[in-house]
Design a protein around this ligand. Structure first.
Ligand code: MF3
Ligand code: CO
Length: 270
């Protein structure tokens, strides 16, 4: 099937920036208060309330029957973890993936937080996964191809560090729908796939495992875990393809500032 690619106008990109920023601001609220003892259900409620207070519509809730407002993926959970009432503990890593609709446009991004002390190899996995996202974003310029993004991410993570790049789940176009064409794999060949045009908006989201790339889905039909039980990291940005440099619509800098100011979180990988 041929991709149906929807290029946005400048006005629409500006609106999408607002939607992406509402997610960034929500994740910043999480970064301010997150600590061991909190549950992922607490985080779900915080995100729900903050988004509602800022006119956001919760986009994950009931998406293909998804039963929560956020995805909270702890340690060996790759993505789509259900929030629950188990307290987080020091040494956990947790990816919070959140989405809203604001003025008809989707924002969808994710950030992995570290609670207290984790093994150095996990700290490195978090650092390298975040770096790989930016290496992918560097390729999101006009006349490059979708495969260039995945190639850059795979080079940095699998080739350089021996990590596992999850194959089953991919990034995606973003707009009036949460998932638009094209799919954006975190692996692939340079010079292959769709040629990118200005104002194509993509959610780029490397899911990188410390060990094997292989994953399985729990009986709940959603929770994706690493097959070897080793941790997995997930970062996601919303980006707009431009001529010389992609425009990043979401913003990690406000999340990182809050993370640094929160003594219960570990940001020593900067
Ligand atoms: N960021 C996730 C993705 O792009 C959204 C989760 S889908 C939901 O796949 F069903 F959990 F909402
Ligand atoms: Co996404």
């Amino acid at each position: 099937m041929k991709d149906i690619v929807i290029i946005k106008t400048e006005e629409q990109v500006a609106l999408m920036k607002e939607a992406a920023m509402l997610v960034s601001k929500t994740l910043t609220e999480v970064a301010k208060v997150l600590k061991a003892g909190m549950t992922t259900m607490d985080i779900d409620q915080l995100c729900m309330q903050f988004a509602k207070d800022h006119n956001g519509i919760l986009s994950f809730y009931n998406y293909h029957g998804y039963p929560h407002n956020i995805c909270a993926s702890v340690n060996d959970v790759v993505v789509h973890g259900f929030p629950n009432n188990t307290p987080l503990k020091n040494g956990d890593i947790v990816s919070i993936d959140f989405g809203v609709i604001l003025n008809g446009w989707h924002g969808d991004h994710a950030y992995t937080f570290i609670l207290g002390e984790v093994a150095p190899e996990v700290l490195e996995l978090v650092k390298v996964t975040k770096e790989s996202l930016y290496k992918g974003i560097e390729k999101a310029i006009i006349n490059n191809r979708i495969g260039d993004i995945g190639y850059a991410i795979q080079e940095h993570t699998e080739k350089q560090h021996g990590y596992g790049v999850v194959r089953e789940l991919v990034g995606h176009g973003l707009g009036r729908s949460l998932h638009e064409d094209p799919q954006v794999p975190n692996y692939g060949k340079r010079g292959t796939g769709l040629k990118m045009k200005e104002n194509l908006v993509l959610a780029i989201e490397p899911m990188i495992n410390l060990g094997t790339h292989k994953v399985y889905t729990d009986d709940d039909g959603w929770t994706v875990r690493t097959q070897d039980g080793l941790p997995s990291v997930h970062f996601e940005h919303d980006v707009c393809v431009k001529k010389n440099e992609a425009l990043i619509l979401s913003d990690f800098s406000i999340i990182e500032a809050a993370e640094k100011a929160n003594i219960n979180l570990n940001s020593s990988y900067y």
